[in-house]
Ligand binder design. Structure first.
Ligand code: ADP
Length: 613
């Protein structure tokens, strides 16, 4: 039996359909719409029928396009469009439509609208989450990567490409292997293959070649994403652990040096006590005990250096500030020290007769450290010169020896913990802690330190202590073109449109930061691009400020418009090296040039011509 559907049946089909169906006449007026379509948009029949379909399209280009296809009697297939709902929201749809022509004219068209809003939203969310993942991965300080189940790399973050100095494509697939140190490749591949085979966590340490820096130790780690019992992807990171590795290595070296250093006096003490025992009653015995005593004192000094270092590390170094007579302190320290060091005559050339507020024991420790180094590193000399004087409201103490001297490249590092010069480390005993502790003590008193040295001629170690904790500043300024005070003079040279800065006297981190921020302010106020930075009159040490100047201050100055920076060296090698360090660690690209001569610096700034040194 063949059934024939009635028009009521057909209507039922249309109304029951989940897709929207409508029909519009040649002008676009809606002549029919099914329930699904009106429900989708939230309109009743009265509100929808008779109105023009153009009104319901958010994207007019789409409906214009559809209409023009229909006018050409062409079928519209899955044309994307966005429809407006009554509540102001929109629905993303795909439109299929065909035209009905009568007498060569478009009479009406039939249109099917399929709601794909959920699908497009899900797609958008996916794209957004991919973008977020990428953003997060790029923001990480580590190298971030993903690999397919078979181990081929299919994603790396920006840092990887930046680190290796190549395009991402060069790293993907198997490309990353070429950046691993040849000695570490085998071990790394072995572990990676093992993880791929077993799905176990991948963890390995290797050296990666970083552009401009060479090989650096990294820790690679990756975990598998498992679905239905199968690995579908690996998520990994490579973290730079080079400084930890080096610190570990330094610590190991230090433990070995420290044990050796502690053992030597102990062996001597044991030997002299045995000799004293054997010679009890004889006139030799007290002499042996005296020698043993000398080594006990050495041992005591080593142990207190170690204790001081751990106090400094824990931020627990404390000071007993008291009013003291500085000249007495210097005299007493030298006299006590001389008794233990008969090899060298210590000449006190000048002594500042001044009252000082500080920690007597700790300042003596600094002086004794300088003196014992002077003796230790001048085995062929027989004298040491000490001076103490008041300069620009600072007590400046210098200890000069006529010994082995120091090559310039080591100068600014000597005050670092454990730093010893390789070429001399084997010859002279020591832990490399004395100057580190001294510098902390000097800083604890608001002072600064520096060195002048000539290899094979000898060295002079200086420290300065401010007489008043914070000097009331005597400032003369018009707030725009000049600022003159005790540690810095800033002038804006209108004619040459440059800031001319003269640093004066003793500088430490605090004064350099203060002066640097003043320069920033005056640069901004005068909107200038050039700075003539004169360090000719600098005393003391810029070293503490090098990192700050390079990483924080130069970028700020660059943002404020700085383009050319002419730096006139201080005559002190120590300060000059520290100035150079600021530029070496500089982030950004201000054009800087160093000069020994002010005239050359001015010329360079005037015509922008660079002088190659
Ligand atoms: P130590 O003398 O125990 O090694 P210091 O911290 O006192 O440790 O000194 C660090 C390094 O600085 C020394 O190892 C040495 O290389 C160098 N040094 C210190 N004082 C002098 C000096 N007067 N002359 C030459 N080199 C010196």
């Amino acid at each position: 039996m063949v059934y024939k559907l009635s028009s009521a049946d057909l209507q039922g089909f249309i109304d029951g359909a989940t897709a929207g169906i409508h029909s519009v006449d040649a002008s676009g007026a809606i002549i029919y719409a099914n329930r699904a379509e009106m429900d989708m948009l939230g309109y009743s029949e009265e509100e929808y029928l008779g109105r023009n379909i153009f009104e319901f399209h958010a994207d007019k280009t789409a409906i214009t396009n559809i209409f023009s296809l229909l006018q050409q009697n062409r079928t519209v297939v899955d044309h994307p469009a966005t429809l407006l709902c009554k509540d102001g929201s929109t629905r993303d749809v795909l439109i299929n439509s065909s035209a009905h022509f009568e007498d060569g004219q478009l009479a009406y068209s039939r249109c099917f609208t399929r709601d794909i809003t959920e699908h497009t939203q899900a797609k958008k969310a996916l794209l957004e989450s991919e973008a977020e993942f990428q953003f997060m991965a790029d923001a990480m300080p580590q190298q971030v990567w993903t690999a397919c189940h078979d181990g081929t790399l299919d994603y790396v973050n920006k840092r990887v490409a930046d680190n290796f100095g190549v395009t991402t494509e060069k790293v993907l697939g198997e490309g990353w292997i070429t950046f691993i140190h040849p000695e570490d490749v085998d071990q790394c591949i072995k572990k990676w293959k093992h993880s791929l085979l077993t799905g176990e966590l991948y963890e390995v340490e290797f050296r990666l070649h970083i552009e401009g820096e060479g090989y650096r130790w990294h820790l690679a780690r990756a975990v598998p994403l498992i679905r239905d019992g199968k690995v579908v992807k690996w998520y990994g990171t490579n973290t730079d652990i080079d400084s930890h590795k080096q610190a570990d290595q330094k610590k190991d070296e230090f433990i070995s040096i420290a044990s050796h250093e502690l053992k030597t006096p102990l062996t001597n003490i044991k030997a002299f006590i045995q000799l004293a025992e054997k010679t009890v009653g004889s006139p030799k015995a007290p002499n042996f005990l005296k020698k043993a005593q000398h080594h006990v004192m050495n041992l005591q000094r080593l142990i207190s250096d170690l204790l001081d270092t751990s106090k400094i590390n824990a931020g627990k170094m404390s000071y007993n500030f008291e009013e003291l007579d500085f000249a007495d302190l210097v005299k007493e320290s030298i006299s006590n020290f001389s008794q233990q060091s008969p090899t060298h005559k210590i000449i006190l050339e000048s002594n500042a007769d001044v009252k000082y507020h500080g920690d007597k024991f700790r300042i003596e420790q600094v002086l004794v450290n300088f003196l014992s180094n002077a003796v230790k590193y001048s085995p062929d000399a027989d004298k040491i010169t000490v001076k103490s004087a008041v300069q620009d409201a600072n007590i400046v103490v210098s200890v000069q020896d006529y010994g082995i001297g120091i090559e310039p490249e080591h100068l600014t590092k000597l005050f670092d913990r454990f730093y010893r010069i390789d070429s001399t480390a084997m010859k002279y005993q020591g832990l490399g802690l004395g100057l580190y502790i001294s510098s902390e003590i000097v800083k604890g008193h608001g002072g600064t330190f520096w060195i002048e040295s000539e290899p094979q001629q000898g060295s002079t170690f200086y420290f300065s202590l401010p007489l008043k904790a914070a000097l009331p500043e005597d400032v003369d300024t018009d707030d725009k073109t000049f600022y003159r005070t005790n540690f810095i003079n800033i002038e804006y040279n209108q004619e040459h449109q440059r800031l001319e800065v003269d640093w004066l006297g003793f500088q430490n981190l605090e004064s350099v930061q203060k002066g640097g921020l003043l320069m920033l302010e005056f640069l901004q106020k005068n909107q200038c691009e050039k700075v003539l930075n004169d360090n000719t009159n600098v005393k003391g040490n810029w070293s503490e400020a090098s990192d700050w100047a390079g990483k924080v201050w130069f970028p700020m100055m660059q943002r404020a418009g700085l383009k050319h920076f002419a730096w006139i060296y201080s005559p002190s090698t120590f300060s000059a090296l520290a100035a150079k360090k600021s530029v070496d660690v500089m982030i950004g690209d201000v054009q800087t040039q160093f000069f020994y001569d002010r005239g050359e610096a001015v010329e360079w700034l005037s015509d922008g011509e660079s002088y190659l040194k």
